[in-house]
Design a protein around this ligand. Sequence first.
Ligand SMILES: Cc1ncc(C[n+]2csc(CCOP(=O)(O)OP(=O)(O)O)c2C)c(N)n1
Length: 382
Amino acid sequence: MLIDDFGEVLKGRNIRSGSGVPCSYFTPLVNYMYANDGMDYLPASSEGEAVSIAAGMVAAGRPSFALMQNSGLGNAVNPITSLLYIYQIPVVLLVSHRGKPGEKDEPQHELMGQITVELSKLCGMETFVMQPERLTAELEDTQRRKVPAVFVVPDGTLSGGPKAAPIALRVQSGKVPARPVRTFEPKLGREDALKLLLPLLNKGGKEQLACVSTTGKLSRELFELDDTAHDKTNRFYMVGSMGCAASFGLGINRAQPERPVMVLDGDGALLMKMGTLATVGMAQPHRFTHVMFDNGAHDTTGGQATASPFVDFESVALACGYQKADTVAEPSEIAQAVESHLATDGPTFLRVLVRTGARKDLGRPSLKPHDQWKRFTSFLGG
Ligand SMILES: Cc1ncc(C[n+]2csc(CCOP(=O)(O)OP(=O)(O)O)c2C)c(N)n1
């Protein structure tokens, strides 16, 4: 199928944006996305991140795809099962079929080639082997039913199109000035620190912020603090897909650049998908405040240590292209620091040091994932 024809099919379904980690089978599509005005392609650091970016774009009203090599399907299984599937987010997944049985390919693709279609189905995805003559109808049908779907793309399905512009690689070192060494110690637990943020999260107005909170006890606490009546429509509690809060928030801001997005992350979650800091730095979302609640632990699962105390996140975020980065631990400074980040042209990064531990009677969001999705997309106007 010539890529221009495929592009027309996408446009016909109003799919004009996507993210991904490439496979050579998708070279025509990636080049096409860059060459065509009105199409938006954001390269991702990992396939799971691409899924989550596309999900954020869809949340904000832009039908989107995530493309990947089938070897990357393994990297994306968790966001597919615990984000797309449970919330029923209609992202179109394009998965190449390296190692297709009967075709000669390299040894690393052999097993994944045999299980790609089955694996996709096992992940709860409606799965199609892409056939040009059926594509429009299948896309139309899955979009009408608002379900995620996987299109497995055999070798040679997409062809033609423009050549890629050469990469102009010119890097700078030493961009992050040395900062004075300071030491911080946490005074508050995560829930008490979250409490300080509520007035900022709940500020109404025309440009009310969208808040995406990470998996684990942080989201459970935030929900219990003031959303048990289910009226905080600007919240998205990411109950699974650990590490994907920032990429989801990035997708939202990509689709609605004027919408302020605040991501409430954990140190374990952020470390799991640290490549996302670079993707955020590349994408430069201007209204993007990334707040990491750092307790040096996987607190939710029992307080096991993370590598966070060894990492100077401020420097990492700045080195990745964030415009501002700070660390804060004093209770009297937390809300002010967040407020100042919200007022700054982003992306910005704030590390909030907190103590481990949570209350014993902590519940879980009583809003079902798909109801949460409907509430959030309607807040975003989608
Ligand atoms: C992919 C994946 N691995 C492991 C888990 C189990 N898990 C749930 S929450 C969590 C800890 C998250 O740590 P962090 O982001 O630092 O947040 P905290 O619990 O400390 O607030 C882990 C490991 C998971 N949900 N998903």
